[in-house]
Structures are given as structure tokens and as C-alpha cells.
Design a protein around this ligand. Structure first.
Ligand code: KG4
Ligand code: ZN
Length: 345
């Protein structure tokens, strides 16, 4: 088994992005091809599972070919195939994981079944200048559309969940508030952009600290507060059309500040409680420009080493999958070719 300059082909298809990537030694991204399905789901304001799996099926071979071409290597140079098998939409997971199994079998190379959430938490390591393993121990913070989770990571393969959301994920709150403001889907990037024109102090929205579970999160109260603010407590206004662009920008900025303040403070608290002073941050919401600035300032003040995923590695991508797959490969954690996909954690 080759353990020098190990090359892993990663595949990601858990939700609405079809992606393939080639990564060397868990950190050196040789290529990463992503086909987004945003346009297909936009009019439904959310991901439609049947449409997602059909689109994965149409794109998967092309995306793998394009990742291989960009990496300028042949399939004979691949040491193992890493593909996400959980959690996600079952119909979507099946397409990428079956493609991964088929390639592993055809190439006679090991198959690595990768956990999507752990791969997101690993995404930041792709942006680390040192050897991948030396990014640990660390607290990993995953803030995405499906998860808001804090992990205590002794090493890349040992991620202990120490905090998570009790209701909505942070990205889900961004998407729902964008919907309330009539902005479109996915809402995170649209709120990020509009908030730049607004005042973070224009409206005071609640912050939920959950004193009994200080590392857990809750965003449903905040989402409801925005709904009442826009449509009235009795929901007498049908939508957000009575608001001016400036009023919408102020609401977006104030909402964003409320979410981000909680995210930043809890990430810092997790570092204090674990005694780890290195913080890895990934997931779609980690692409948020305000979040990136706030967490960088706060970590700096606390003397915490912050390693943030590059924006292109925050949203779903296969580079993070191949990256984590490398550590599974080195530990010889291979999967059988009859392994299954799982929808939940
Ligand atoms: O990690 P991801 O691609 O998929 C999941 O595994 O969930 O995250 C998607 C989420 C969506 O909710 C999207 O609105 C949010 O990440 N997002 C953002 C930004 N870019 C994507 N949220 C806030 N600001 C952004 N710039
Ligand atoms: Zn994701």
C-alpha cells in the first residue's frame, strides 16, 4: 500500500452539489470540480430530492472526468476513492457513493466511506500551511445549511460532538429569513450582500444563549422574531413588499449580526472549555464575509489560532472529502463494496 504522496479521488453528492476532487496528502488540492443545482431548486425555495438525484446522475461522470483532467493525472495514479455515504438525501448520496464504489472496484483500489459533516469540519485544514496532521488537536466548528456543530477533535478521525443546534441550523435560518425578505434562494449569500448596505444596530433581534447547554444553539426564536418584525405580530401583512430596500438591508444586517454574535461567542467558549487553542471553521455559512471578519478579530484577541476554510471549500465540495479520506486511508479504515448510504447522523 502506497503511503508516499498519496492521491485520493473524492466524490460528494449528499445534497445539491455534484463534486469530484483530487487531493494529495490530505491537503494539496490538485483539482476540485463542482456542479451546483441552485438554478433547478430556486423556484421551489429549497432542495427537491427527486430533482437533486436526477441532476447528480446526469452530472456525476462529467464531473469526475473534469476533476481528473484538471489534476492532469491518470486513474492509475489514484490510491483510493473516497465518497460521502452519510448524512444527506438518500437518493443523492446513492449516486455519488455508487460511482465511488464502481471506480474503486474497477481500479482495484480501496473504497473510503466519508461522513459529510466530518468532511466539512476538515475543510479548513485544506487551507493550512503546515502538514495536515499538525492542525490537530483543535475545536472544529461546522456552520452549514444542515448543521451547526462544535467538535472536539483530538485528530482528524476522532471528532467528538460537544455542541449542536436544538432546532434550525444557522444556514437554514439565513435561508428562511431571506425567504421572509423575499430575496431568493439560497439566502445566505444574498443576505451577506444586502447586509453590507444596512445597519447592524437598526433592529434589536434576540440572541439565544441557552445557559443550561452553553455549547448548543437555537435559531428558531430569532427567525420568528424576524417574521413578526416584517409581517406584524398577527401576520397581517402578507409579505415584505411594504419594506424599502434600505429597511430590508437594515433587517438583514441586524439579523446577521445576531446570528454571528452567537456563533462567534460559542466557538470561543468551546476553545476555552476544551483547552484547545486552535479553531477550524467550515461549512456554507463560514463563507459569510461578516462572520469571517468577526471570528478573525475575536480569535486574535483570545490568542486562538484560527484556520478558516477558503470560501470555495466552505460550501459542499469534494476536496474536503478527499482530504479527510486521506486520513482514513492512512489508518486503513476501508469500506466494503456493499456498504450502504444513510440519511441521518
Ligand atoms: O455547507 P453547505 O453548502 O451545505 C450543507 O451541508 O448544508 O451550506 C449551505 C448553506 C445554505 O444555508 C446557505 O444559505 C449558506 O450555507 N451560505 C451562507 C453564505 N454562503 C452560503 N450563509 C451566509 N452567508 C454566506 N455568504
Ligand atoms: Zn454540506
Amino acid at each position: 500500500m502506497n503511503k508516499e504522496h498519496v492521491v485520493i479521488l473524492g466524490i460528494e453528492s449528499s445534497c445539491d452539489e455534484t463534486s469530484a476532487a483530487v487531493v494529495m496528502d490530505g491537503r494539496n488540492v490538485l483539482s476540485c470540480a463542482v456542479a451546483s443545482q441552485n438554478e433547478l431548486h430556486e423556484k421551489f425555495k429549497g432542495v427537491v430530492p427527486e430533482i437533486a438525484s436526477r441532476a447528480h446522475l446526469e452530472k456525476i461522470n462529467l464531473i469526475i472526468e473534469s476533476a481528473m483532467a484538471e489534476a492532469k493525472i491518470g486513474f492509475d495514479r489514484i490510491d483510493a476513492v473516497a465518497a460521502v455515504n452519510q448524512p444527506g438525501l438518500v437518493g443523492s448520496l446513492l449516486i455519488g457513493f455508487t460511482a465511488g464504489k464502481t471506480l474503486a472496484w474497477a481500479l482495484g483500489k480501496p473504497l473510503l466511506a466519508v461522513h459529510h459533516v466530518h468532511a466539512h469540519a476538515y475543510g479548513a485544514v485544506l487551507n493550512y500551511e503546515m502538514e495536515a496532521r499538525s492542525a490537530f488537536p483543535a475545536v472544529a466548528f461546522l456552520v452549514s445549511g444542515g448543521h451547526t456543530s462544535l467538535f472536539k477533535c483530538h485528530d482528524p478521525l476522532e471528532m467528538e460532538l460537544i455542541g449542536s443546534t436544538q432546532d434550525d441550523a444557522a444556514g437554514e435560518a439565513f435561508d428562511k429569513v431571506a425567504c421572509i425578505l423575499g430575496l431568493g434562494y439560497p439566502g445566505g449569500p444574498l443576505i451577506d450582500k444586502l447586509a453590507k448596505e444596512g445597519d447592524t444596530k437598526a433592529v434589536h433581534f434576540p440572541r439565544t444563549w441557552l445557559k443550561k447547554a452553553p455549547l448548543d444553539f437555537s435559531f428558531s426564536g430569532l427567525k420568528t422574531a424576524v417574521l413578526y418584525h416584517v409581517r406584524g405580530r398577527d401576520l397581517s401583512r402578507p409579505d415584505s413588499s411594504h419594506l424599502s430596500r434600505q429597511e430590508k438591508a437594515d433587517i438583514a444586517a441586524s439579523f446577521q449580526a445576531a446570528v454571528i454574535e452567537v456563533l462567534v461567542e460559542k466557538a470561543i467558549l468551546a476553545c476555552r472549555e476544551t483547552g484547545y487553542n486552535r479553531l477550524l471553521v467550515g461549512g456554507g455559512v463560514a463563507a459569510n464575509s461578516y462572520f469571517r471578519r468577526q471570528i478573525a478579530e475575536r480569535s486574535d484577541r483570545e490568542g486562538i489560532e484560527l484556520i478558516m476554510a477558503l470560501p470555495k471549500h466552505c460550501t459542499d465540495n469534494a476536496a474536503m472529502v478527499a482530504g479527510l479520506g486521506y486520513h482514513q486511508y492512512m489508518a486503513e479504515r476501508f469500506s466494503a463494496l456493499d456498504a450502504s448510504v444513510y440519511s441521518t447522523l
